[in-house]
Design a binder for this molecule. Structure first.
Ligand SMILES: Nc1ncnc2c1ncn2[C@@H]1O[C@H](COP(=O)(O)OP(=O)(O)OP(=O)(O)O)[C@@H](O)[C@H]1O
Ligand SMILES: [Mg+2]
Length: 505
């Protein structure tokens, strides 16, 4: 059977869940503890100091009387003055002394002592604890500290008298009582004020966090412009705010790219579909000859091929981003692969009056790569180079091995049992002497659907996905791609790939 508390604890646990409450509670408890500790220890010090000063006074008096009894036992006047007159002359903290002989017969006594104190009780109490001062209550309830001491009489100590002494400490006790009153008053005030102050401090401290939360709440996919102004924030929260702002910058950029990407996809899909539809509508408007139908069907087929290529490219990019994508790695002789690509594009290079050559050196460059993907990447680069190189220009495909920045292209591996694939990275370059790319466009050429001159590329059939695919292929292999270009002089794209699969992701 489960136990249900008589009152619901949900509101308390909700309150405990808030940072402000926890900070307030910790602050108030710490403050309360500190004030309690400080005032209580001061009180104890005060009590002990007051007791010490009283005890010192009593000890002093006893010492004076003992000296007098030992050294001038017959000087009764001096003793009387010490016992009867000096005390009577005091207004505050009056003390009383009684001198008894060995048979406990009072010899001298401060006037009024019997009115203030129960002497029989005093004698029994003080004599039972002869070396200590003790607290006793007077007849009217006033507090006294008392002590008793034996006092040898004369230098030969022929007899021993007893000194009983009591001092009124009621004023000191009143002082302590006033202290205790203020002690509890201060504790009560602390208990009331500290949570309020703590709450204000906690709220001030967490205000920046709340502002960040409010900003975060206002952020939607259509409103990524909100930023936090970290002015006046403590440095820890200012750095959190600027990290948050940086994250928003990144998100805004990604969202913009995605929405541009979607718009580009829609546009690039619509164009061929519209073309097919337009041609079909025109040709169906009236009867046509067989040749006319053939022309239109051929044109539609061309558009369908473009459409399916575009969809294929998009699918490839989407799959390349999936962490589940696996490469079919095999040992690839990169020089031979470049030769194959060169042969494939030879005819179109010749048509454009461009020289297409390979520069692969004598030593084989071998690496663990996905042959089909590499062909596709190099093919895209060659196709770009041929498209953007005017008649009479040159396109060169090259490869080499790098090891920690050292060029191994001239190293002879034939006398060792190792091949270049055991070394760090291989380099594959496609360079041309074409029109080049303006510097401001260079950082964006790997973006999807980016074309330097969209109207021109559109005409030449480019969708702006070629370099994005090249970059995905490089990343899939654990490598990267670099581009450098001089407008009017040419462009060079370099793929850096880990030579052995163990170096890749
Ligand atoms: N070798 C080059 N010389 C000059 N400009 C280039 C070169 N390579 C790429 N570019 C520029 O970069 C843009 C992006 O190239 P990318 O290969 O991604 O797209 P595309 O060639 O236009 O279309 P796709 O390759 O998808 O058919 C090109 O439109 C072109 O403007
Ligand atoms: Mg291209």
């Amino acid at each position: 059977m489960s136990w249900n508390p008589p009152i619901s604890l949900a509101p308390f646990s909700r309150l405990w869940g808030t940072l402000a409450f926890r900070l307030t509670a910790s602050y108030a408890l710490a403050g309360l503890f500190l004030v309690f500790f400080a005032t209580a220890s001061l009180y104890l010090v005060l009590v002990s100091e007051l007791e010490k000063s009283t005890d010192l006074f009593l000890a002093d008096k006893v010492h004076v009387l003992r000296t007098m009894l030992r050294e001038r036992p017959d000087d009764r006047d001096a003793l009387r003055e010490e016992i009867e007159l000096e005390s009577a002359a005091r207004r505050y903290e009056q003390f009383y002394i009684r001198l008894l002989d060995e048979r406990n017969t009072p010899l001298l006594m401060t006037p009024g002592m019997a009115d203030q104190l129960d002497l029989a009780q005093l004698a029994s109490q003080t004599q039972s604890r002869p070396d200590r001062t003790i607290r006793v209550k007077g007849r009217d309830g006033r507090a006294f500290r008392t002590a008793s001491a034996s006092a040898p009489v004369g230098s030969l100590a022929a007899q021993t008298d007893t000194i009983e002494i009591a001092i009124d400490v009621s004023q000191k006790e009143e002082l302590l009582a006033r202290y205790r009153f203020w002690f509890w008053a201060i504790l009560l005030a602390t208990f009331a004020i500290f949570p309020l102050v703590g709450y204000r401090i906690a709220r001030r401290g967490i205000r920046p966090v709340e502002e960040m939360a409010t900003t975060a709440r206002h952020i939607t996919s259509t409103n990524l412009r909100e930023r936090i102004l970290p002015e006046g924030y403590p440095s820890e929260l200012a750095s959190l705010a600027s990290t948050f702002n940086q994250m928003l910058d990144g998100l805004e950029e990604s969202f913009e790219r995605i929405s541009r990407f979607s718009a580009d996809i829609a546009h690039d899909l619509r164009t061929p579909v519209n073309n097919i539809r337009g041609e079909a509508e025109v040709v169906l408007a009236r009867p046509r000859t067989a040749d006319e139908y053939r022309d239109v069907i051929e044109s539609c087929l061309e558009e369908s091929v473009r459409l399916s290529d575009l969809i294929g490219d998009l699918l490839f990019l989407a799959r390349a981003e999936s962490p589940l994508t696996h490469l079919r790695r095999e040992r690839v002789n990169v020089g031979e692969l470049l030769g194959g690509v060169r042969e494939y594009y030879e005819a179109s290079a010749a048509d454009g009056g461009i020289s297409l050559t390979t520069n692969v050196g004598d030593k084989p460059v071998v690496a663990d790569l996905d042959r089909t993907l590499l062909q596709r990447a190099v093919g895209n680069l060659v196709s770009n180079a041929l498209t953007h190189t005017p008649r009479g220009g040159a396109v060169v495909l090259g490869t080499g091995v790098d090891f920690s920045g050292v060029d191994f292209s001239n190293t002879d591996f034939s006398n060792t049992d190792r091949s270049s694939a055991d070394f760090s990275t291989i380099r594959i370059e496609v360079s041309d002497t074409g029109i080049g790319i303006p510097p401001e466009a260079l950082p964006r050429v790997f973006d999807r659907f980016f074309r330097v001159d969209s109207s021109r590329s559109q005409g030449s059939g480019g969708t702006g996905l070629g370099l994005a695919i090249v970059q995905s292929i490089a990343l899939l292999h654990g490598g990267n791609v670099e581009i450098s270009s001089q407008p009017g002089q040419g462009t060079r794209v370099t793929l850096h790939m880990p030579a052995s699969s163990s170096c890749a992701r």
